[in-house]
Structure formats: structure tokens, C-alpha cells
Design a protein around this ligand. Structure first.
Ligand SMILES: [Zn+2]
Length: 111
């Protein structure tokens, strides 16, 4: 008997359609991080933001509007100045996603 004579059956399932912004795709998170590395203003901060965006479901924590990385801010719940260094302030539990308007309001109120 030769290998070519063995009948083979393949059961391939097509992948589910990718619909960005409709669910929790870990792939989205990976892409987000890759993009941010290229345009990072403050190094080390963008991983935290991407994680916070994912965790908060791409919504502003204050008003609930849908946001993307480009129109949101990673807001420190407890201000950075209360910590010894930026790394301590950037722990995921201290970072929340706010839309630009809510972030502006919060920044204005805390001054
Ligand atoms: Zn908001």
C-alpha cells in the first residue's frame, strides 16, 4: 500500500469573521501595542493604556462613550505626583480610560 492510496478527509472550519470594535479580541490589543510603540510620547505608558482600553471595553469610564486609542486618555485615578515614580503610578488598577472631554474636565477640576 502506498501513501497516495490512503483516502484522507480534512475537516477545516473557516475562521469566524473578524469584526473590529464589536468584541474583545486579544489581537486588537496586540495591534494597539505595536502602534503605540512607534508613536510613544512617554515610554512605558502605552502598554498600560492598551491594557486599560481593553479592560474598560473601549469605553470612557465616566460617560460611557465609545473610544479608540486616538480619542482617549489613560487617566491616573490617583495623581502621578502622589507616587514615588511613574512606574508605581502606572499600575493597571490606577489607570482608567477617559474620553478627551472627560479627561479635560477632570484635569481642570483637579487644578
Ligand atoms: Zn467621557
Amino acid at each position: 500500500m502506498r501513501a497516495q492510496e490512503v483516502k484522507m478527509v480534512t475537516r477545516l472550519q473557516p475562521p469566524k469573521p473578524y469584526r473590529p470594535g464589536t468584541g474583545c479580541y486579544l489581537e486588537d490589543l496586540d495591534w494597539e501595542v505595536d502602534f503605540q510603540l512607534l508613536e510613544s510620547g512617554r515610554p512605558g505608558r502605552m502598554d498600560t493604556k492598551a491594557l486599560a482600553l481593553f479592560r474598560d471595553g473601549h469605553r470612557c469610564r465616566k460617560c460611557g462613550v465609545r473610544v479608540t486609542c486616538g480619542n482617549s486618555e489613560a487617566d491616573h485615578i490617583v495623581p502621578v505626583k502622589r507616587f514615588a515614580n511613574l512606574q508605581q503610578a502606572n499600575v493597571p488598577t490606577n489607570v482608567q480610560i477617559l474620553c478627551l472631554a472627560c479627561h479635560k474636565d477632570k484635569t481642570a477640576a483637579s487644578r
